[in-house]
Design a protein around this ligand. Sequence first.
Ligand code: NIG
Ligand code: FE
Length: 429
Amino acid sequence: MNGSLIIKNAAELVTCSGFTAKKGKAMSDLGIIADGALVIEQGRISRVGPTAQVLAELSASGRNLAAFEAINASGKAVLPGFVDSHTHLVFGGFRAEEYVWRLKGDSYMEILRRGGGILRTVNATRGASHAELTAAGLKRLDSMLSFGVTTVEGKSGYGLDRATEIKQLEVMAELNRRHPLEVVPTFMGAHAVLPEYKGREDDYIDFMLAEVVPEVAARGLAEFCDVFCEQSVFSVAQSRRLLTRAMESGLKPKLHADEIVRLGGAELAAEIGAVSADHLLHASDEGLQAMAAAGVVATLLPATAFSLREPYARGRFMIDAGGAVALATDFNPGSCFSESIPLVAALAALYMSLTPEEIVTALTLNAAAALDRAALIGSLDTGKQGDVVILENPSYRFIPYHLGVSTVEKVIKKGVLVFDKFRKGECRC
Ligand code: NIG
Ligand code: FE
């Protein structure tokens, strides 16, 4: 395969057409073409439209149709590849026993305060070799691909020291080279407070700014900088200082905001013009409205709320307030050990009152915008990367409707078939 492909006769070609995040009511517009076709040449989308028209244009252009791979998608919906814009996919060890403690009533933050939680994964990640983290990462990417994810964001933050933060980011670079799924790296050194820095969080921020951020930026190891802006973790003032300085080094800002308590993370995201603010379970009306006005993407992670048995973020309110909402998994070993896109979609429909149309926009174009890539991926528009999923069902509505079960039959990355549900073992592909 050379990245040149025709997909034709799609029951629904769900283009999600657009080059910037869709806000408010515009999130319902999926730009669907019935009996649609799509042409990808050298990894880029070159034509989109009704099948008859696309095929006529292609023959008129004198192209040798035999040079293209062809997929007949009759009876199937075709969509842009999903973008999972918030994960913590590179980590050592697991925390299955903490899940049991949480079932018995311990809270996520209590477990962290007594040295478990993120700090436990920090120990395991420090102890894991580059090769071990890479092998685990490749398996996780395979699983994500099977859910239709073609681009995934990954955060560091399980090192909290120079060497391990860098190691996590280097592993992401290697995953990017070795796997068709694209990994977008985020530096999240400010993910938790080590016991030796308790009460000296500002010193820790100083250490990150002096010893780690410059190397991350100079080596191009990350594109974004994220921070856990939370009570008992990093304050709004500390988060502001870190993100402002990181921006000066060329890292774009993101925040874990208002996840456990209402701290003012949403307001800070609007103030500094963050690319996205994520979680937002407890964000204030004013904070959310300010984010909508400032064009900050609200990335919602309903599988985390589900897993922590916390109230869901107010997605309906955010969209009605004219905001741009994205959905992501938050895949990590603690608060949300799931890479399931269909679970996220079902929870967003049932507990956040998002419509299937809004959910599709939130998993594609708006998630691409949360990674500052809406001009490159997230929709089936001419000129964009040929990242496509083909469902086994005729409509996008099956994504939230088939509860917790993936409807994805095929995944195409840059015009190449990389996953096929019915050709297991042959793919990547
Ligand atoms: O997004 N809240 C902070 N970070 C992650 C959880 C990481 C972990 O528990 O290992 C989150 O929920
Ligand atoms: Fe997270």
